[in-house]
Design a protein around this ligand. Structure first.
Ligand SMILES: *[C@@H]1O[C@H](CO)[C@@H](O)[C@H](O)[C@H]1NC(C)=O
Length: 332
């Protein structure tokens, strides 16, 4: 296929609404204008503070991918997994055949609300009955590309950009995820898989020019599947930050009832029963008690949740020192 730039199908701005227990959410997939974008069921940019988070709730048949922009978010689920992600970290949670979890915000350094991007991804039918899984990806584990003039930075969460490749097998459904940061005059060009669906969401900034269409913060750009590149240029004086996310389309029926996503109505009814009677994957509901649903204390952060910031800094430095050693050894 000759190189061809994708055209834009539609630009949707995420409009602010209430969600969960008082969080403010901008939703650009999973609303009236865009019910879903195969394989993506939902995309939210949310701000949340204190006890205004997402106390315990179930999921079935899908994955969530959460990216922390500011502050943090604590997670715990009924398999006993706990953790916190901080700015630049991601969390991959596979609900599979059933999970109950709680996600609660941690304020930013100046008391501002936590800021996060979260998407829901459908699971291929044959993986819907997988056991639940949860993993963190730390900011320092994400490979990056920086241009020589320092105007273009790409964090390669998943996929390949400018020859830099990500870690593998983060999610069950094949997904690409790139975080771009462009200064004025910087151009970017991202190769994409022709058969996959891709969107571009602006986290902050304005003036990003996509072949004459200028987009700004909170806008989500949905592309047609008519090319193998996405290209653009930053025209504004300030920096622009955006993500490009792509996913392999799934050839299956989507029957969604809130956080339960199956391929038929009968299966949804069955999952409801399983949840209600704590059976067939939801057994842990009987014994599990939430720690964080009423809000996260400093003591929880430092102890049960393993989120102490000094420890985090130590881990980061160790990782980077090991990586530097490895690079030196590879060169010798
Ligand atoms: C880019 O813009 C030009 C001029 O408006 C148009 O002819 C062309 O089709 C556009 N290309 C894409 C990929 O949208």
């Amino acid at each position: 296929m000759a190189n061809k730039v994708r055209s834009i199908e539609k630009v949707i701005e995420g409009i602010e609404q209430d969600e969960g227990a008082g969080a403010r959410v901008r939703r650009s997939i999973g609303n009236m204008e865009r019910r879903n974008f195969n394989p993506f069921l939902m995309f939210d940019h949310f701000k949340a503070k204190g006890a205004a988070g997402f106390p315990e709730h179930p999921h079935y048949g899908m994955e969530t991918i959460t990216y922390c922009v500011n502050g943090g978010i604590a997670h715990e689920d009924f398999t006993g997994k706990k953790g916190i992600i901080y700015p630049g970290d991601l969390q991959f949670m596979t609900a599979g055949k059933g999970i109950v979890h709680s996600e609660m915000p941690i304020d930013g350094p100046n008391g501002e609300p936590a800021e996060l991007l979260q998407m829901w991804v459908d699971l291929p039918a044959k993986l819907k009955e997988s056991p639940p899984r949860y993993r963190d990806l730390r900011e320092w584990e994400i490979p990056r590309y920086e241009s020589d003039d320092g105007k273009l930075l790409v964090k390669v969460v998943s996929g390949k950009s400018y020859g830099v490749e990500s870690l593998h097998n983060l999610a069950y459904t094949p997904v690409h995820y790139y975080h771009f940061i462009l200064k004025k005059g910087a151009k970017f060009s991202q190769e994409v898989i022709p058969e996959w669906n891709y969107f571009l969401y602006v986290i902050k900034g304005k003036g990003l020019d996509l072949n004459g269409t200028k987009v700004h913060q909170y806008e989500n750009v949905f592309f047609n599947r008519d090319g193998n590149y996405i290209e653009g240029e930053q025209t504004d004086d300030d920096t622009v930050e955006f993500i490009i996310v792509g996913g392999e389309m799934l050839d299956q029926t989507v029957v969604q009832h809130g956080p339960f996503v199956a391929c038929s109505r009968d299966k949804i009814m069955e999952v409801f029963q399983n949840y209600q009677y704590a059976q067939n994957g939801f057994e842990n509901r009987k014994s599990w008690k939430t720690l964080i649903s009423n809000g996260v204390t400093q003591d929880m952060v430092d102890n049960q949740l393993g989120g102490n910031l000094q420890e985090r800094e130590k881990t980061r430095k160790e990782f980077l020192a090991n990586q530097a050693n490895k690079n030196v050894n590879d060169e010798l």
